[in-house]
Ligand binder design. Structure first.
Ligand code: URA
Length: 194
C-alpha cells in the first residue's frame, strides 16, 4: 500500500465517532523514505483546520527540534496515534486509539523507518503500554522488531520552560542512536575490532 492510499483511507474513515466532528482528517505527512517516524497524540484545532499534522504551536517546537539536528519536516514522517481531532482536544479514548491503530501500523510497514519516535504520554501508552513518561523519555525500546525512541510531547515546552532543554538533549540522543545504526549498517564499527 502507498502512503497516499493509506491517507485516502484515513480521509474516508468512519470507524469511530471522531469522524463526526472533524473538519479534516490528518493522516500525516513527510518522506516515504524517512529514517524517523514521529507519532504524536492527535490533531488539535489548527491541524483539524488544515488537514496537516503539527502545524500549530507544538508543531513550531517540533520544527525547532528537527532543525537543531539538521533535519526538516520533509526529511521525516510526522503522524499521530489518532488521525481525527478529539473534541476540545481531550485525550483519545482507548476504543478510538484501537480503531485508528491499523493506519499507523500500515504507515510504519510502508515507510519502514529506522526509528519510531514516540511523542508524549498518549503515544507512549498506545505504542508501548507504558505510562511513566518521565522514566522512559530519552530511552530506546525494542518492541516486535521496532525500535521506539521516547520523548516528551513538544507541547510540554509551552507550559514548562525547562522542558525545551530536556527535549533538545533527547533529540540529540536520538540523532546519536541513528548515526550509530548507520555506522553498524555500513560496517564501519568493524574497523575497530581486531
Ligand atoms: N499535537 C499532537 O499530538 N499532534 C498534532 O498533530 C498536533 C499537536
Amino acid at each position: 500500500m502507498t502512503l497516499e492510499e493509506i491517507a485516502n483511507d484515513v480521509r474516508n474513515c468512519t470507524l469511530c465517532n471522531l469522524c463526526k466532528e472533524r473538519m479534516h482528517a490528518v493522516p500525516g505527512e513527510g518522506s516515504s523514505k524517512a529514517d524517523i517516524l514521529f507519532v504524536g497524540e492527535g490533531p488539535g484545532r489548527s491541524e483539524d483546520q488544515q488537514g496537516r499534522p503539527f502545524v500549530g504551536s507544538a508543531g513550531k517546537v517540533l520544527s525547532k527540534l528537527l532543525d537543531s539536528i539538521g533535519l526538516s519536516r520533509e526529511d521525516v514522517f510526522i503522524t499521530n496515534v489518532v488521525k481525527c481531532r478529539p473534541p476540545e482536544n481531550r485525550k483519545p479514548l482507548v476504543d478510538e486509539v484501537a480503531k485508528c491503530r491499523p493506519y499507523l501500523e500500515k504507515q510504519i510497514k510502508t515507510i519502514r523507518p529506522k526509528l519510531v519516535c514516540v511523542l508524549g504520554a498518549t503515544a507512549l501508552e498506545a505504542l508501548i503500554g507504558e505510562s511513566n513518561l518521565s522514566a522512559q523519555h530519552g530511552k530506546l525500546i525494542n518492541r516486535r522488531g521496532l525500535k521506539l525512541f521516547v520523548m516528551y510531547h513538544p507541547a510540554s515546552t509551552l507550559y514548562n520552560n525547562k522542558m525545551e532543554a530536556v527535549m533538545m538533549d533527547d533529540i540529540h540522543s536520538l540523532l546519536g542512536i541513528l548515526k550509530n545504526m548507520d555506522q553498524r549498517e555500513s560496517g564501519k564499527l568493524d574497523d575497530f575490532s581486531e
